[in-house]
Design a protein around this ligand. Structure first.
Ligand code: VNL
Length: 394
């Protein structure tokens, strides 16, 4: 009798213990944040993780009665690892949202998992136009290369730049940048006299720049992913391209706020187009930059940080507004629906998630590198409002 009583209690204890994780899980909203924390794109991972943590520090970790858990995974900048980690996060951790994605191949490799598991996939960094078409569960908070490249191709011919050589990283975003820059420049009466592509992994810019020197265009247009800009700038200056009368124009990935201040005065005057500058003169951005620097030993936020910060905003707001029954966790479809059409002020300016394309619609700025209080910044001097991704076919 005594023994039976004991085992009943033990059984109850076991049952209770087994129920605990289930209860905890029911109330925990999990965000699987997959980033390149090491490898070639490590600066992108560092910026986005810092931004996501800042967003949580500022906005708390409870939304609509749910506890937010951020699970950060390092994909070492390799797409096979991204896909495997996403699979594990969905199957084992049962994450509610997948987020991050430092490079296009990582986002494309993971898109089918989002589709199969009906999990929203928030792209905070990668910027090839077609990514949003790889799965109906993709939502993007970064930018697209076509979006920013056409602005520069409109500016250039009005500013004495008619003949241009393009130099891009040889993969998705570079090919987008090359195509849309060339199309628009040609439409505007300019000419791309040569299109050069450099390998994405361990690029050596020297032989390409030598070729550009011989071709003597009015300007060299460059796209390289975040982290590679300083090397381009250094070699451009070392080869005396500027002194040979060749202007450097680029997407803002090159004069990346993560590296710009260490590029030296040779970077002064470089004109770029992009959606975010740490020098964007809004009250919200000043607050964002100050808080980010304070939380990260003075590290200046770049466009990757803003993609991560806004991505967290899109996820929090979706959880807050998604349709659910009672206290249940919203489904992936309900979250996705609540992400579509979000419109808000970002540190970059006004930002909008187009409900049809799930891509970001935003202002694109023309900027020039200038010195402010002894530091180099991308200072905005013109803006094109509400730019949709020109790469969308529908
Ligand atoms: C991509 C586009 C990556 C722009 C970047 O930095 C970037 C991409 C890592 O789509 O792979 O600046």
């Amino acid at each position: 009798m005594k023994r039976r009583h004991f085992s009943a209690a033990a059984l109850a204890a076991v049952t209770f213990a087994a129920a605990l994780p289930a209860l905890a899980q029911d109330n925990t909203f999990k965000i699987g944040l997959i980033l390149p924390m090491t490898g070639q794109q490590a600066t992108t991972g560092r910026q986005i993780e810092a931004a996501a943590r800042l967003y949580m520090a500022q906005n708390g970790d409870t939304v609509a009665g749910k506890k937010i858990q951020l699970i950060v995974k390092d994909d070492t900048s390799l797409p096979d690892a991204t896909r495997r980690l996403a699979q594990e996060l969905v199957v084992n951790d049962k994450v509610n949202v997948l987020a991050g994605f430092g490079i296009t191949p990582s986002a494309l490799a993971t898109a089918p998992i989002a589709t199969q598991s009906k999990t929203p996939l928030v792209v905070m960094a990668a910027a090839t136009s077609s990514i949003t078409e790889a799965s109906p569960y993709v939502v993007r908070t970064s930018f697209t290369l076509p979006q920013v490249s056409v602005a520069l191709a409109d500016w250039a011919p009005k500013n004495g730049i008619k003949k241009v050589v393009t130099l891009v990283s040889d993969y998705g975003p570079g090919i987008d940048a090359e195509k849309y820059f060339k199309e628009r420049l040609t439409f505007n009466g300019g000419q791309v006299t040569e299109s050069l592509r450099v390998p994405m992994r361990n690029p050596d810019f020297a032989p390409f720049l030598q070729k550009v020197r011989d071709l003597k265009p009015d300007a060299l247009f460059v796209f390289v992913p975040s982290g590679a800009g300083a090397a381009v700038m250094k070699q451009f200056l070392e080869r005396g391209m500027d002194k040979a009368g060749i202007k450097l124009i680029a997407t803002g990935d090159v004069t990346d706020d993560d590296q710009l201040n260490d590029m030296g005065d040779g970077a002064l005057g470089v004109v770029t187009s992009h959606h975010y500058s740490a020098a964007h003169p809004s009250a919200l951005n000043k607050k964002f930059v100050a808080a980010f620097e304070k939380a990260n030993k003075g590290m200046r936020p770049n466009f990757m940080a803003v993609g991560g910060y806004d991505g967290m905003r899109v996820i929090y707001e979706a959880l807050r507004t998604a349709k659910t029954t009672g206290k249940a966790m919203p489904s992936g479809d309900a979250l996705l629906a609540a992400m579509k059409g979000q419109i808000f002020e970002s540190p970059r300016g006004k930002m909008f998630i187009d409900a049809q394309t799930r891509d970001v619609v935003q202002d694109v700025y023309l900027r020039k590198v200038e010195k402010k209080d002894g530091q180099l910044f991308n200072v905005e001097f013109d803006v094109i409002k509400d730019v949709k991704d020109p790469g969308k076919t529908k």
